[in-house]
Every structure is written in C-alpha cells, then in structure tokens.
Design a protein around this ligand. Sequence first.
Ligand SMILES: CC(C)(COP(=O)(O)OP(=O)(O)OC[C@H]1O[C@@H](n2cnc3c(N)ncnc32)[C@H](O)[C@@H]1OP(=O)(O)O)[C@@H](O)C(=O)NCCC(=O)NCCS
Length: 145
Amino acid sequence: MTNTLNLRTATLADAKILLAWRNDPQTRAASHNTDEILLENHLAWLESSLKKPEQRRLWVAELDGNLVGTCRADKEDNGWELSWTVAPEARGQGVAHKMLSKLIDTFQQPLTAQVKKDNMASMKVAERLGFVIEKEESGVLFYRR
Ligand SMILES: CC(C)(COP(=O)(O)OP(=O)(O)OC[C@H]1O[C@@H](n2cnc3c(N)ncnc32)[C@H](O)[C@@H]1OP(=O)(O)O)[C@@H](O)C(=O)NCCC(=O)NCCS
C-alpha cells in the first residue's frame, strides 16, 4: 500500500468502468442528465472525446493498483470546466480531493465547475480546492477558480 494517487489519461480500455461509474445511482443523481447511458452511446461518446483533447480531456485515477475515480475537463471560451466522479467503493476517503488537487495544478487557465446544491461532499471538495460560488441557478451552484 503506497497511498500515492496516480492520474493518467483515460483510454478506450477504460470504457466499461467509466460507464459503470456514470450509471451508478449517486453519479446519475449528481448529473445534469440523470438517464442511464447505453453502452453503445457511451462508446461513441468516449471514442469521439478521446479524439479531441483540445475540447475534452479525461483522466482515470489509480490508487494502489485500483481504479478509484475519474476527472473530466471540457473546454470553455476562457478556460476549462471540470467534473469528477469517485468509484462507489472508494468514496468517503478523500479521493476526489486528491485527484483534483493533482489535476488543477496542471492548469494555468480559469476553471469552473457545476455542483448541484444538495451535493454537500462535492461542494466541500470544490471549496477546499479554492473554487468560489459565482451564481446559483435552478439548484445548481456555478463555481469558479
Ligand atoms: C461527491 C464525490 C465526488 C465526493 O468524493 P469523495 O472523495 O468520496 O469525498 P469524501 O467523502 O471524501 O468527502 C469530501 C468532503 O466532503 C465531506 N462530506 C462528505 N459527505 C458529506 C455530507 N453528506 N455532508 C457534508 N459534508 C460531507 C467530507 O467530510 C469531506 O470533507 P473534508 O474535505 O473536510 O474532509 C463522490 O461521492 C462521488 O463521486 N459521488 C457521485 C458523483 C458526483 O457527485 N460527482 C460530482 C458531481 S459535481
């Protein structure tokens, strides 16, 4: 056990685990689109995302040989919007903070994040990383850093 978290670029080989995390009930509840995603739609989305790193970047976090979470960055006019998910079995152990603190150090540009306002754990994660609330709309907090 090293407790060192490694963040690497996602690949097509991660498709199954990323879909399982995306379709996990808590992840769905925290997402804008709460529908269950079908494998074929997910594969098409992942394949096209991986081809356009200037628009979207995806990472997978590994801890002691286990896949424990994922982060995503979507290009905006003036920076990147971040989003994140921790593997269900790895929640409650500070993984989101660990992977995001590694990630945000690699960005020079402004960062944003959207968090539903009932998602206390994610609000804490964002605020501990220095994100501040810019506005609230329809139950969603818009963070900026
Ligand atoms: C939300 C999520 C990312 C949190 O990641 P995590 O690594 O499991 O976070 P933790 O449980 O370690 O909690 C992070 C912080 O929130 C606090 N917290 C957790 N649950 C809480 C709750 N219900 N109320 C208040 N604080 C809470 C923790 O104490 C911790 O605080 P600390 O930094 O002061 O120690 C993870 O649960 C997840 O992936 N959920 C589903 C998908 C999702 O919500 N993605 C984010 C969309 S914005």
